[in-house]
Design a protein around this ligand. Sequence first.
Ligand code: ADP
Ligand code: MG
Length: 250
Amino acid sequence: MLLEAINVTKTFGALTVVNAVSVSLNKGDILGLIGPNGAGKSTFFNCLTGDLLPTSGQVILNGEDVSVMTPEERAVRGLARSFQVPQTFETMSVLENVMIGAFLRTSDTAKARRRAYEILDLVGLVDVSSAVAGSLGTPGRKRLEIARALATDPDILLLDEAMAGLTATEVRHAIELVRKIHQTGMTLVIVEHIMEVIISLAQQVIVFHQGHQIAHGTPQEVTRDPAVVSAYLGKRAAANAARGFAGDPA
Ligand code: ADP
Ligand code: MG
């Protein structure tokens, strides 16, 4: 088992934002976290990464209890994350941004540069490696964010809304990139509020709604789950139906 969450709970004052969520991932798995805005996805995700400490419950990484470790301590142990809002160093080059990730594993500049170029090649940013990070558009920034995380040579990569703000075409390209990263043997946790993205990528899905895990299973299982249909898919299905009927020439 690569990563395990056991009854992870997070409260802010009287508000329980994540309520006893458990999940386990083996090498090569893709776990999807979905749910509407405010459902608790990022909070649970941050408990896995160490950006937040769970109020109770455990996070086990490669057999070691990392529940109270910092993100840096978890990164050394093989866990990397991207941020929903890209945390790039704006005035540094794309290459330098990725090298920062690579410096987690080596202090040799030539080695870090070599590794950074490999990763830039994988994510499709080699052509802009010398550009200033701040000059990239949204899709480029999202890729750079992923590249920097990958450069730390993680066992598991956690992506928080890596596709938010992208156009439909850009989302398709981003899905291809995640597939490509997965094919390198990577284990992934992906947070998205777009159901279609999760369904096309993940083997197991946790559906959050108002801080509760309302379903957990394969994409097929959760999309058939009545609780999910009414809490999450219901609104969209109803809206689509309404649109469909409105456009129906009958
Ligand atoms: P999601 O990522 O699914 O959109 P979040 O995990 O960001 O949801 O937030 C879940 C809930 O927790 C929201 O109601 C949000 O307002 C609340 N929340 C998140 N962070 C904090 C915090 N630091 N203090 C208080 N409430 C918070
Ligand atoms: Mg979020």
